[in-house]
Design a protein around this ligand. Sequence first.
Ligand code: GRF
Length: 201
Amino acid sequence: MKVGVMASGRGSNFHALIKASKNSEMPDVELKILIVNKKDAHAIKIAKKNNIEHVIITSDDKTRNEFERNALSVLKEKQIEIVVLAGFMRLLTSEFIKIYRNKILNIHPSLLPSFPGANAHRDAIEYGAKISGCTAHLVDEGIDTGPIIMQKSVAIDKNETAESLSEKILPYEHEILPKALQLLCSGRIILNGNNVEILSD
Ligand code: GRF
């Protein structure tokens, strides 16, 4: 399946996808394009280094609809079938989601449905949770509410900070995002409402 990745910053999850692809861990995935909405996103350097085409569509000066129109035309031109949000820090409109219904994968740094939103690490610590983790899920119209494909948990220790928790969770993001993408692209994900059933090989 032809996959487009959307990112806003560092790009470590994008890098994890590239590595998994090179290691033949995602045989049904073809990483075709990176779309970034920040012109200084480090993800761009990763794309260049790995010969993956990238497009910069800055979003600061654009309305959401304008940004998405541009992004959708790139995705259409490249015949992208699956979209991965890998640290893409912008909400998508329902129009965009409708076009790629159940075909947009996101990675979030908490055990959803707990601690959705942009400050998941801080929120989990402030709440006093003893466990957090990460979630690979399909994107629906809500904020981090879509069907859950895979999760990994980590302990929240005494004196944990948002930074230390983020460092602890990140390697697990890098582990489950490629796995979830391969499951999606190989057609092994069946949806029963919000529940995901994973078909065995
Ligand atoms: C990750 O923690 C991801 O879960 C969240 O944003 C961060 C992006 O990191 N959505 P990176 O750009 O992939 O390094």
